[in-house]
Design a binder for this molecule. Structure first.
Ligand SMILES: [Cu+2]
Length: 152
């Protein structure tokens, strides 16, 4: 009885596969999202995370939004004659099977016009927006950060 049922079941699953093709939000696995603590009065900070693409095609982070910011830009750092400067980027691509890492000194989410001060230990809700319009809600842990932390 199994022998008769099984081929039909497998065929059914195979045909159904395209309907389950993952969106970018399904394929991207977010690793350790966090945001830098800023003292009251400062309204600009940065958010960091890893994005692992578990799918089989390239995905791109194209935007991010949060109720606690007026605006979030995607930024990178460039070395301009020995001076590190931030520059907006249009998107952050993640090749299939690889991980894009947003970290201090490199790619980051530029959190602008922050409405409520970011205190270490608190969580900040951020929504990531991908190239296919799919969105992923994440909770970035607010952490105290100084260059000294970087050495660890
Ligand atoms: Cu920046």
């Amino acid at each position: 009885m199994f022998k008769q049922l099984f081929p039909g079941l497998l065929l059914g699953l195979t045909l159904a596969m395209p309907a389950f093709a993952g969106t970018a939000a399904d394929d991207i696995q977010v690793i350790d999202p966090w945001a830098r603590e800023v003292p009251p009065g400062l309204t600009t900070s940065a958010g960091f995370l890893g994005m692992k693409n578990t799918g089989d095609k390239e995905h791109k982070l194209v935007a991010a939004e949060s109720a606690n910011t007026g605006m979030i830009e995607l930024h990178t750092h460039i070395n301009d004659n020995g001076v590190m400067r931030m520059r907006p980027v249009e998107n952050i691509p993640v090749a299939p099977g690889s991980t894009a890492t947003l970290q201090p000194g490199g790619l980051h989410l530029m959190l602008m016009m922050i409405k409520k001060p970011l205190k270490a230990g608190e969580k900040m809700a951020i929504t990531l927006v991908f190239e296919d319009g799919s969105k992923k809600d994440i909770e970035a842990e607010v952490r105290h950060f100084s260059m000294e932390n970087m050495k660890h």
